[in-house]
Write a protein that binds this ligand. Structure first.
Ligand SMILES: Cc1ncc(COP(=O)(O)O)c(C=O)c1O
Length: 432
């Protein structure tokens, strides 16, 4: 479709996510996606340094994933997943259970990150209900983001994003974002709430809070929180929707911890970021609490596309790619390049709070406004990056990169240089 027709039809018919449709810039009209590069209908190229909302780990148009989906569609495309099963789902469940710590061995399928989180919460609350010791509260972290369905919103940071719905949300006990400074107070507060005996589960984005601005915290604090939670007979849920699949330098963020969660939520890069799929993986102990002659004790949850065979085939292909050395060499290369970039950034007076974890680098632009999602600098930066051929989506005044692992060193260097030019530009503006 020709560009002007496409954009006018888009304006007429399409309602885009997280977008103020009245004032938003024209969307990019992407006609090709290959590797780390997106090409629009004017043949302008953009480096997808955002991995298309953090999902695309192996690059676009990966032939191993494409072939797996094409083959699968001819064998079993989509079948009902209650009362039926198929080889791709069985294989995927076995592989995921094998690469996760041994305790985590039962895999429930859903559609995306939000539904994986909803399932985790339902598992946790019903686990205690089925054991006849109902626990009705949940602990989350301030600044959390777990998705946009109602349950997931309820356990997220409350604010502009969910204000119109807040009256529907259940009560949540929030702990402050853990830092080395507040560690003692953080753990004491956690202990006090956990000792009420009313907590079904603690849910966290392990070691990095994504939407809060790629905020990083120490695995050691998390280990202590897990231990405390288990001492007080509550469950630990790791929402690894953003952190899994190599993002943090290891396959899962939980690999940075000594103690283990009871439930893990996976999505985004699970299928290489090509088709939607969510998984919620639980321990056998949780699973067994749902086994009962009474059908009402079962996990009465499911989606039409649960266990979609094309998505499972893509996920199995993605796991094959993770088994290749080159993937991990790329992860290490990106981290090393980020380190050199961070070293330069640390000398920039406009920059603070630089963080690196695996393939993610983040920093804040000093604005004097603090980190707010609607910060003006966000739109200015986004436009500058787009004009200069980089899809980098700041979170407020936080600039971050989390590219597909196939990104070339030249492409990554271009992203750094575009960011540095933006910093120069705003520095210059201030001096004028
Ligand atoms: C940590 C985390 N959990 C859950 C979600 C929700 O995932 P989805 O957008 O696939 O529903 C996200 C999305 O960014 C996320 O970062």
């Amino acid at each position: 479709m020709e560009r002007s027709t496409a954009l006018s039809k888009d304006k007429q018919y399409v309602w885009h996510p997280f977008t103020q449709m009245l004032t938003a810039d024209e969307p990019l009209h992407i006609v090709k996606a290959k590797g780390a590069i997106l090409t629009d209908s004017d043949e302008k190229t953009y480096i997808d340094a955002n991995s298309s909302w953090w999902v695309n780990v192996h690059g676009h148009g990966n032939s191993i994933i494409a072939d797996a989906i094409a083959k699968q569609v001819k064998e079993v495309d989509h079948i009902i997943f209650a009362g039926a099963t198929h080889n791709q789902a069985i294989r995927l469940a076995e592989r995921v259970a094998t690469i996760l710590p041994r305790r985590l061995e039962k895999v429930f399928f859903s559609d995306d990150g939000s539904t994986a989180v909803e399932v985790a919460m339902k598992m946790a609350f019903q686990f205690w209900h089925n054991k006849n010791t109902p626990k009705k509260r949940i602990i989350a972290l301030e600044g959390a983001y777990h998705g946009d369905t109602f349950g997931a919103m309820a356990i997220g940071e409350r604010g502009y994003f969910n204000q119109p719905f807040e009256h529907f949300f259940f009560d949540v006990d929030y702990l402050p974002f853990p830092t080395s400074e507040n560690k003692t107070a953080f753990l004491e507060q956690a202990k006090t709430v956990l000792e009420t005996g009313e907590i079904a589960a603690v849910i966290v984005e392990p070691i990095i809070q994504g939407s809060a601005g790629m905020r990083m915290y120490a695995a050691e604090i998390l280990d202590e929180l897990i231990a405390l939670t288990h001492q007080n007979e509550a469950l630990v849920i790791f929402d690894e929707v953003m952190t899994a699949w190599g993002r943090t330098g290891k396959l899962f963020a939980l690999n940075h911890c000594v103690n283990e969660p009871d439930i893990v939520c996976l999505s985004k890069g699970l299928t290489g970021g090509v088709v939607p799929l969510g998984l919620t993986v639980s321990t056998n102990e949780i699973y067994e609490a749902f086994l009962h002659p009474e059908k009402t004790k079962a996990l009465l949850h499911g989606h039409s596309f649960t266990g979609n065979a094309l998505a499972c085939a893509a996920a199995n292909a993605s796991l094959d790619i993770f088994e290749a050395h080159a993937t991990w060499e790329n992860v290490a290369r990106i981290e090393e390049m980020h380190r050199q970039f961070a070293e330069r950034l640390s000398k920039n007076a406009k920059v603070e709070n630089i963080g690196i974890c695996g393939t993610i680098v983040r920093f804040e632009i000093k604005t004097g406004e603090g980190n707010t999602y609607f910060s003006n600098i966000r739109d200015e930066a986004y436009r500058f990056f787009i004009e200069n051929g980089c899809l980098i989506r700041p979170l407020g005044n936080v600039i971050y990169l989390n590219p597909p692992y196939c990104i070339s060193s030249e492409e990554l260097t271009k992203c750094y240089s575009v960011i540095e030019r933006f910093l120069e530009k705003i520095n210059q503006k201030k001096m004028d």
